[in-house]
Design a binder for this molecule. Structure first.
Ligand code: AHR
Length: 530
């Protein structure tokens, strides 16, 4: 037996439209293949796959952070505009690939326009200088009459793109980053102060985001973040953070409990922001942008005693004479499949999204790595719907309005600490709820939605959802997606797109403000009161 209580007095904060956005970086065939293939049967005049565009458009994805990622820290955007035959081919040392720039600055933004999604633009703050950043905003957002804005018009986009959000670099604290500021947070913070100021003098309507730690594993976390913000607090709007959760192979409890580490990270960053705001006597509240996240199961790798907690620097300082630079042919796209069970992939990222929803007062942007693939599975030829598509689009549809606190009373489990390798080391957690939940009150549409994940692989629970504090709800609809015990590896495919389509649990009933229903083992549940 489990119980979730939601009360109208316990509001957490407004849910930002951008909270469930995606992240796009040209690694492998994500751009060359998935987004762009002039030889594809649905290719449009720009070489974009229209099957992908249509599928993403249908999801109403609010925003996409682009174009990367580590890639962007050496990307010379000026070489990616204008006639294609004049564009320069560069090397991307972050991912050992050629960048032919067939998809350049304008194409990224025009692709987003075609989908009807907001581009959240990442500026090269690695090898790029302040003038490049200023020229970029002038090219992108200025009406006309200046060199860069007129060049945009000449290149075919008469109107400004009106990009609202600019990130000042990607993971600038990481020693693996090209042009890293790992050892100099004050320097990076000062550069952000100057750059953000200049960009806002060109376009006062924009927002900027400054990099915080790329993971809570970083040795310098959270001191690095505090030093950066200390330099630029009053001219930036978001602190950009990333985290990838890893659980040992087959450890479902640690995979689905991973969202608790995300919450620790969010709480610490919120505290850092509050501390710096107080120090500066600033009435402003910088918000959190969680613009890369993901969850996976991985086999343990050997630890290197004495290497400290984070070895990325060391692994990136390997200079490999054997490693070739690759040119990714868009017409040779291989099918990328998320490793592991489809239901687990869906539940693990939804659990992180529920954590964001619970912290909707502080986290205003969330961009999922692999979010585009989750919404639109694809291979060289086709697109299709998977479990992730269904869960993700339900978040987009129902997680609207005001985030409401949920009080959960349920069975718990302990999650021992573990280390996958030097980069992923977890302290462990006691008393983890088997039922993970969050809620959204969409006052405009007179609807309260309670989301719940049952992290228990073996057992289901009877559940009461107490919403008796609210007035006027007369109807409850319970949608559920769950693992198939007889076929745990069940997969969606072009031919089987409804393998995980949400079903309605007809046992759900509502009496005197209490919904009685059940949560199946390993399940995703969307319980809508109207
Ligand atoms: O998504 C892959 C990489 O992970 C991104 O380029 C980088 O920002 C992060 O380290």
């Amino acid at each position: 037996m489990a119980k979730i209580t939601v009360h109208p007095k316990y509001e957490t904060g407004e849910i930002s439209e951008r909270l469930f956005s995606a992240f796009l970086e040209p690694i492998g065939t994500i751009v060359n293949g998935f987004m762009y293939n002039p030889k594809h049967k649905t290719a449009d005049e720009q070489g974009f796959r229209q099957d992908v565009i249509q599928a993403l458009k249908d999801t109403h994805l609010p925003a996409v952070r682009l174009p990367g990622g580590n890639f962007v820290s050496a990307w010379q955007w000026k070489d990616s505009i204008g006639p294609k035959e004049e564009r320069k081919v560069h090397l991307d040392p972050a991912w050992y690939q050629y960048i032919p720039n067939d998809v350049g600055h304008d194409e990224y933004l025009q692709w987003a326009e075609k989908i009807g999604t907001e581009p959240l633009y990442t500026i090269n703050m690695g090898t790029g200088n302040m003038q490049d950043a200023m020229d970029l905003v002038e090219y992108t957002n200025f009406e006309g009459g200046s060199y860069w804005s007129d060049l945009r018009r000449k290149n075919g986009h008469e109107k400004p793109y009106a990009v609202k959000m600019f990130y000042l670099g990607n993971e600038m604290d990481g020693p693996w980053q090209l042009g890293s500021w790992d050892t100099n947070p004050d320097g990076y913070g000062h550069r952000c102060l100057e750059t953000s100021k200049a960009l806002k003098w060109i376009d006062a309507s924009i927002e900027t985001g400054v990099c915080g730690s790329s993971a809570s594993f970083m040795d310098h976390f959270p001191a690095w973040d505090e030093k950066v913000l200390d330099q630029c607090y009053d001219v930036v709007d978001y602190l950009s953070v990333h985290h990838y959760h890893s659980a040992p192979a087959n450890d479902v409890k640690s995979l689905l409990g991973g969202s608790l580490y995300y919450e620790d990270f969010i709480n610490t960053e919120a505290a850092v922001i509050d501390y710096v705001a107080a120090k500066h006597r600033s009435p402003k509240k910088v918000m959190i942008s969680f613009d890369e996240y993901g969850c996976m199961m991985r086999d343990n790798a050997p630890l290197h005693p004495g290497w400290g907690r984070y070895n990325m620097a060391r692994s990136h300082f390997k200079f490999d004479p054997e490693r070739p630079y690759l040119l990714h042919d868009p017409d040779k796209m291989k099918f990328f499949e998320f490793p592991g069970r489809e239901i687990l992939h869906m539940l693990s990222f939804l659990s992180v999204q529920l954590a964001f929803l619970r912290h909707a007062d502080r986290v205003k942007i969330g961009c999922m790595t692999g979010g585009l693939g989750a919404l639109c599975a694809s291979d060289h030829d086709n697109v299709w719907k998977t479990a992730s598509y269904y869960g993700y689009t339900q978040m987009l549809e129902y997680a609207r309005g005001t985030s409401m606190r949920t009080v959960v009373d349920c069975e718990t489990y302990d999650m021992p600490g573990y280390a996958i390798e030097d980069t992923s080391q977890y302290t462990g957690k006691e008393g983890v709820n088997y039922i993970d939940s969050a809620a959204a009150w969409d006052k405009e549409n007179g609807r309260l939605t309670v989301f719940a994940i049952n992290r228990n692989e073996d057992d289901g629970y009877s559940l009461d959802v107490d919403v008796s504090g609210f007035e006027g709800f007369t109807k409850v609809t319970h949608y559920e997606i769950f693992g198939d015990k007889d076929d745990p590896d069940k997969k969606s495919s072009v031919e089987r797109q409804d393998a995980y389509a949400p079903a309605q649990n007809v046992k759900a009933s509502l009496k005197e403000g209490i919904c009685s229903t059940e949560l199946k083992a390993l399940s995703w549940n969307v319980i809508v009161f109207s």
